[in-house]
Design a protein around this ligand. Structure first.
Ligand SMILES: [Zn+2]
Length: 151
């Protein structure tokens, strides 16, 4: 998350007041959770593992090592939207054996290493919409946006 300041510079020990842009933050949490859910679906139902995930301001994308069939992309998004409807629980927790290592686990899917912020329940994500699919140097990029049904 970016921090913007009206009074720079400030020094170590200075007292600063922070204001959270909740609308922006919550949107990023939803997109981030959506990527984890979708990556979980691709991995466990279609044996396709994403190699990268990026959250932008109004969209997010996953990258795969090779091209994916349209049918698989569509079915994965359908499944993720079904999971959203079913309100799967999303948990984050620290690894007991590896210090500083954190996991995100969505009910029914394998945990994924994660340092980011999530919504607590998939139902908060909204509906996942396929916003684009591109091939970049043989790698499949799948961009999603969210149709938000509640604020
Ligand atoms: Zn994450």
């Amino acid at each position: 998350m970016a921090h913007f300041s009206k009074q720079i510079p400030f020094r170590v020990g200075d007292r600063v007041k922070l204001e959270l842009d909740w609308k922006h933050r919550y949107n990023a949490m939803r997109l981030h959770s959506a990527l984890h859910l979708l990556a979980g679906v691709f991995d466990s139902k279609f044996k396709e593992r994403a190699v990268a995930g990026v959250v932008k301001s109004n969209s997010a994308y996953l990258v795969f090592k090779h091209e994916l069939l349209d049918n698989i992309i569509n079915r994965a998004i359908e499944q993720a939207n079904e999971d959203i409807k079913n309100g799967l629980e999303i948990q984050t927790y620290w690894d007991k054996n590896r210090k500083g290592f954190r996991w995100c686990k969505i009910n029914g899917y394998p945990p994924i290493p994660c340092g980011g912020l999530h919504v607590k329940n998939a139902g908060e994500i909204g509906k996942i919409d396929l916003a684009g699919k591109e091939l970049e140097q043989g790698k499949q990029k799948i961009t999603i946006s969210l149709i938000v049904t509640r604020q």
